[in-house]
Design a protein around this ligand. Structure first.
Ligand code: UDP
Ligand code: MN
Length: 299
């Protein structure tokens, strides 16, 4: 975007000097072997990041899907995002749904500079198809409208609640999120797709992290590449009568691994589970998966 490329100097800022021999976090990994930062509370200064972000005039889109019964999660999802997600910055909420008028009827109020955009999409019979087809639907809209309306996309599940700060520190060319159930586990415990016939195949002796399917994003162009890649990998598998074990999450993991892709990685602060309690290394729990009756909500 041309007018997002201004190179004016930033306004003067006063803050403590970073100390080379005193890293703010010594209890957790804060950088990957390919030098992608892993975002933990304490490792960044929101004020510096916001200053830079505003100066560039960047815009953020938050995508989510509320299909069939999952529409019940939408209102609390957006209402908590209003309190914690990119506060003070313009945000477009892109809601993909099969029930546009029901979304309108929810009457969700958002602040100035923020708006809800409803994108009507088809629903699928199987819940696996509902989650996997997100890749196709996001990639379709990347070229249609995301490219002209926003600079960054954040793509998340809807069965979630924000409960602490999530800001521009998450943004990067392409980011992924450590799955809360796997980040302290060994490769052998990762639930990657293990059948070589699948496009999502990852052998036992490979893999860096196990990324969550429900939280990724980046620049629109990178999100397009990611979602388009995953969608086509799924189509190839479908033609070969195979479906990866954890659906879109499996394809996402192989895309990240084989492209050494995430340029930034979100710690489990950004994706936690209601039932997991807390842990000493978690200074904040920002975004939390709600408990749900899987059998009931998916049928
Ligand atoms: N989803 C939906 N309707 C469905 C199934 C899934 O809208 O019937 C969307 C919704 O955004 C949901 C996401 O797909 O958060 C992923 O599904 P789910 O949350 O059930 O997966 P889990 O987090 O349990 O792995
Ligand atoms: Mn979910």
């Amino acid at each position: 975007r041309i007018n997002g490329q201004k190179e004016n100097r930033l306004q003067r800022m006063l803050y403590p000097k970073p100390e080379t021999l005193k890293p703010p976090r010594t209890d957790v990994l804060t950088v990957s072997p390919w030098l992608a930062p892993i975002v933990w509370e304490g490792s960044f200064n929101t004020e510096i990041l916001n200053n830079q972000f505003r100066q560039k005039g960047w815009r953020v889109g938050l995508t989510t899907f509320a299909i069939k019964k999952y529409i019940r999660f939408l209102k609390p999802f957006i209402e908590t995002a209003e309190k914690f997600f990119m506060v003070g910055l313009p945000v477009n909420y892109y809601v993909f749904t099969d029930q546009a008028s029901n979304v309108t009827d929810l009457n969700i109020i958002v602040g100035t500079g923020r708006q809800i955009i409803i994108l009507e999409v088809p629903s699928y019979e199987r819940w696996q198809d509902v989650t996997m087809r997100r890749m196709q639907m996001i990639s379709d809209v990347c070229q249609q409208r995301f490219a002209s309306e926003v600079d960054y996309l954040v793509c998340v599940d809807v069965d979630m609640r924000f409960q602490d700060h999530v800001g521009v520190e998450i943004l990067s060319d392409v980011f992924g999120t450590l799955h809360p159930a796997f980040f302290v586990k060994g490769r052998d415990k990762f639930t990657y797709e293990r059948r070589p016939e699948s496009q999502a195949y990852i052998p036992e002796d490979e893999g860096d992290f196990y990324y969550a399917g429900g939280y990724f994003g980046g620049k629109v162009e990178e999100v397009y590449k990611l979602t388009n890649h995953c969608h086509h990998a799924m189509l190839t598998d479908k033609a070969n009568n195979i479906e990866a074990i954890w659906h879109d999450e499996s394809y996402l993991n192989s895309y990240f691994l084989y492209n050494k892709k995430p340029t930034k990685i979100l710690s489990p602060e950004y994706l936690w589970n209601e039932m997991d309690g807390t842990a000493f290394y978690l200074r904040k729990i920002r975004f939390i998966a709600l408990q749900k009756n899987m059998a009931e909500v998916r049928t």
